[in-house]
Design a protein around this ligand. Structure first.
Ligand SMILES: C[S@@+](CC[C@H](N)C(=O)[O-])C[C@H]1O[C@@H](n2cnc3c(N)ncnc32)[C@H](O)[C@@H]1O
Length: 268
């Protein structure tokens, strides 16, 4: 969904974000995986203070309220999503919706459970960094870890009448999401990970043991050791592709005002 007319920049950003984030609900597998994760943690949630960080429409806040949370703070910075969330959840006495940036909001009481989905296709390319400078320490994060993996394949097995080998050759040094379908491809090597308090913003990776001339990156979300969602199986995260022109690459993320800037290069 794209906005087709000129709007004042602030209005454009607010509506553009709204459209981007409501399309996340097309991915039913992702929503179900999150709801199942919350149900598996019902014992951690019951009678506790919980935060739904970047609550969107507030589905996770609602589930935590249903699971008996003492209080749920649903924090959303987008004004339209905040309003939609407030309206949806107005009948839950134990839910408070707040329009704020999660970095600026100070909870009025200790937080036991902190639920979030700040994961980009390349793990750190969305808002994960906001968790680095939270002004308080929640008891647990849900999910509490995620990993970026890479695999390699032969382009001739995937190229079609449009995305041919010649087209792929023009993408050297470029990371492109959704270039091909993920079907039948396994993620083969872990690249980088995130856990609360553990942020890697730069890594050099050796992929010499992988075969093929086309790399693909994919996100894996985990709740403890259990895989709860991953790129390709949850359509919200597609694989990110690039032609392979070496055996070692450097990936770097620099936090910026909205999400992170991503730098990628092949190295000797
Ligand atoms: C990927 S969506 C997830 C929405 C919702 N949690 C869900 O999964 O259904 C991320 C949401 O976080 C919000 N968001 C991103 N960064 C934020 C921040 N720093 N503070 C508050 N909200 C933020 C976005 O506006 C968006 O609604």
């Amino acid at each position: 969904m794209d906005i087709m007319n000129e709007l004042p920049p602030q209005h454009f950003t607010a509506v553009d974000d709204l459209l981007a984030f409501i399309s996340i609900y097309d991915d039913r597998a992702r929503t179900d995986a999150y709801l199942n994760m919350l149900r598996a943690h019902a014992g951690d949630i019951r009678n506790r203070v919980c935060v739904d960080a970047g609550s969107g429409l507030g589905l996770f806040a609602e589930e935590m309220a249903r699971l008996g949370a003492k209080k749920v703070y649903a924090i959303e910075r987008n004004p339209a999503l905040y309003e939609l969330c407030s309206t949806r959840l107005r009948t839950y006495p134990n839910v408070k919706c707040i329009q704020a940036d999660i970095r600026d909001w100070q909870p009025p009481e200790p937080v036991s459970v902190f639920v979030h989905d700040f994961f980009g296709q390349l793990l750190y390319d969305e808002d994960l960094y906001v968790l680095k400078n939270l002004p308080y320490s929640p008891g647990i994060f849900l999910p509490d870890r995620a990993e970026l993996w890479v695999g390699s394949t032969r382009s001739q097995q995937l190229e079609d009448g449009v995305v041919t080998r010649d087209v792929i050759a023009h993408l050297k040094g470029v990371l492109v999401s959704g270039l091909f379908d993920e079907e039948g491809l396994d993620l083969q090597q872990r690249v980088i990970e995130w856990r609360p308090g553990f942020f890697q913003n730069e890594i050099t990776v050796d992929v010499s043991r992988l075969e093929g001339d086309l790399l693909y990156f994919g996100l894996v979300l985990k709740d403890g050791e259990k895989v709860m969602c991953q790129a390709g199986r949850c359509s919200n995260w597609s694989f990110v592709w690039t032609p392979r022109t070496g055996n070692r690459f450097r990936l770097k993320f620099e936090p910026s005002e909205r999400g992170s800037a991503v730098y990628f290069e092949w190295v000797a």
